[in-house]
Design a protein around this ligand. Structure first.
Ligand code: TYC
Length: 114
């Protein structure tokens, strides 16, 4: 099936003895929900250990993978923590931003549609 919405209509013939009924059907299949990347941005002040903890606690990464993602963000400026439906991405972004603010770190977390 194509990624976009796919409307199909078709007719079915049903026979009862000599009578024939024609049933029309409109079928609508909906597309997958849009997905959103949650991004972490590099800065000069947020401690590396804190970023690794964020990736472990909010994005279910183990320490090794979390460290790799953190270093990737540190070197490249931005990196993907995970991809989620809108409300989950929004919640994670809000929780991470609130936690960073609570600790007085400037860590920036954003989301963007895939
Ligand atoms: N650049 C930070 C440092 O050297 C570490 C860091 C990594 C900060 C990733 C933010 O998203 C980030 N302490």
């Amino acid at each position: 099936m194509s990624e976009k919405q796919n409307n199909q209509s078709y007719e079915e013939q049903v026979s009862f003895g000599e009578d024939t009924m024609v049933a029309s059907k409109n079928e609508t299949s909906v597309s997958e929900p849009p997905m959103f990347k949650v991004l972490l941005h590099n800065d000069d002040y947020t401690p590396m250990d804190f970023v690794v903890e964020i990736l472990q606690n909010y994005f279910n990464k183990n320490k090794e993978i979390a460290s790799k993602i953190m270093l990737d963000v540190h070197e490249k400026g931005v990196g993907v923590c995970g991809v989620f439906p809108f409300e989950i991405a929004e919640t994670k972004q809000a929780l991470v931003s609130a936690r960073a603010r609570q600790m007085d770190f400037p860590l920036k977390c954003t989301m963007e549609e895939e």
